[in-house]
Design a protein around this ligand. Sequence first.
Ligand SMILES: N[C@@H](CCC(=O)N[C@@H](CS)C(=O)NCC(=O)O)C(=O)O
Length: 205
Amino acid sequence: MRLRYSPTSPFVRKVMAVALETGLAESINQISTNVWSPDTDIQTHNPLGKVPALITEEGEVLYDSPVICEYLDSLHEGAKLFPPVGGARWTALRRQALGDGMIEAAVTRFLEERRPESERSETWTGRQKMVIARALDGLEEEADELSGDMDTMDIGKLTIGVALGYLDFRFAGDDWRSGRGRLADWFEGVNRRPSMSGTVPKNPS
Ligand SMILES: N[C@@H](CCC(=O)N[C@@H](CS)C(=O)NCC(=O)O)C(=O)O
C-alpha cells in the first residue's frame, strides 16, 4: 500500500498510529507530499487536495482518515480498533469525531495565525480556541471512563491522543493541562503505547 504522507499532519499521524496498532506499518510505503506546494499532484489521488490518501494493493484510492483507518482495521485479525457493534462502537465513533474536530480547529487556528497580520481574524482564531477548550473540558469530564481500560485501544481514544499531541506540537505555550489533571494523566498513559510514542510529530529538519 502507498500513503500520501506529510510528517506534520495529525491526520496522517492518526493513520500511521492505526497502522502500528494493527501490525500493518511495514506494508505501507510513505510518499512524501507537500499539499501546499504549487506543484503538488495530490489532487491526482484526492480531489480535495488533502493528505492522508491511501492507495490500496488493488489500486483503489481511499481518503479521509476515518475511512483509511477503518479500511486498515479490516485487514488484520487482531483486536479491532473499530468495535463492530453496540454501545462501544458509537462511543468510539463519537470520540473519533471529537478528536477529528479538535484537530481541524487546531489546524485552522495554526494556519490563520501564520497569515500576514493584516489578513488575520481574531474572531476566527478565537472561535477555534473556544471549540478546543470546550472539547477539552468535555474530555476532562470523561477522563475516568477513558482511563478505565488502559490496555484496550480503539479509534476514539487513539484520535483523542493524536489531537492532544497536536496541541502540544503546535501550541506548546498553551497549558491545556491546567485544570484538566485527569485528562493529562490519561494522555501520559496513552503516550506510552508504541503507536503513539513511535509517531510523535516533529518539524522536518
Ligand atoms: N478530514 C480529513 C482532513 C485531512 C486534512 O485536513 N489534511 C490536511 C493536512 S493536516 C491537508 O492536507 N490540508 C490541505 C488543504 O486543506 O488544502 C481527514 O480526516 O483525513
